[in-house]
Design a protein around this ligand. Structure first.
Ligand SMILES: Nc1nc2c(c(=O)[nH]1)N[C@H]1C(S)=C(S)[C@@H](COP(=O)(O)O)O[C@H]1N2
Ligand SMILES: [Mo]
Length: 199
């Protein structure tokens, strides 16, 4: 039996593991800076840039949107992957249905507490499996994993899944976010091993 096979949970299809990744059952915590102390009564979710109707939603408004569940595999650029992670939250598609994005917008900057950012092409952002997660594995998100809300974009490396998310800015053309300015790839497709600049 190959090493790759042995590192996978029983019965998991090895084709689910992208090149250069290993499987873990743990849930490592990775971020720059400290975990923000979020106050829900001062929390808002702002959408601006190239939109017809900039919005600012309170936590109550945001969390009154319909809930969805998603089961997905996640892949970190530091080479761990985790299978069958269960999230509950608000579908990105549902948020987008309430915003009129202008036709010239091509990318979105996802904005978090402490000014953390990550950039995505709109085509990677507007996918049915993406969600703004409020809960993981049946419980509210842990503060370290992004409480009260994080983005989950399972088909790209996990640094695009912005924790403590607070807003979106729609842009014409691409701009690097925090990790993308510091050596990470602009897109981050794990299946193409788009890890760092020049990959
Ligand atoms: N706000 C914020 N979100 C972030 C980060 C960060 O530094 N700040 N790091 C990213 C990186 S590099 C990874 S690998 C994942 C880790 O998520 P986890 O700690 O829940 O495993 O969060 C991503 N989201
Ligand atoms: Mo990461």
């Amino acid at each position: 039996m190959s090493r790759l096979r042995k590192s996978l949970p029983e019965g998991v299809d090895p084709s689910r593991l992208p090149p250069g990744q290993y499987n873990t059952r743990r849930f490592p915590v990775l971020h720059v800076g400290t975990t923000p102390k979020v106050k829900l009564d001062r929390w808002d979710f702002k959408v601006d840039g190239l939109v017809q109707n900039p919005v600012s939603w309170s936590f109550e408004e945001m969390t009154s949107l319909p809930r969805v569940e998603r089961l997905c595999d996640i892949h970190c650029v530091t080479k761990w992957s985790k299978f069958d992670t269960l999230w509950e939250g608000i579908a990105v598609a549902d948020v987008l249905s309430r915003i009129e994005v202008l036709p010239q917008a091509t990318h979105v900057m996802v904005i978090a507490e402490h000014g953390f950012t990550s950039n995505l092409p709109i085509g990677d952002f507007d996918r049915p499996e993406n969600l703004f997660a409020l809960r993981y594995d049946g419980a509210d998100l842990a503060p370290d994993h992004g409480w009260p809300m994080r983005l989950v974009v399972p088909h790209l490396y996990f640094w695009k899944s912005v924790k403590w998310v607070r807003g979106l800015r729609f842009m014409e053309g691409d701009q690097p976010g925090f990790w993308e300015r510091n050596g990470y790839h602009m897109r981050g497709d794990p299946w193409a091993e788009e890890r760092y600049w020049g990959d």
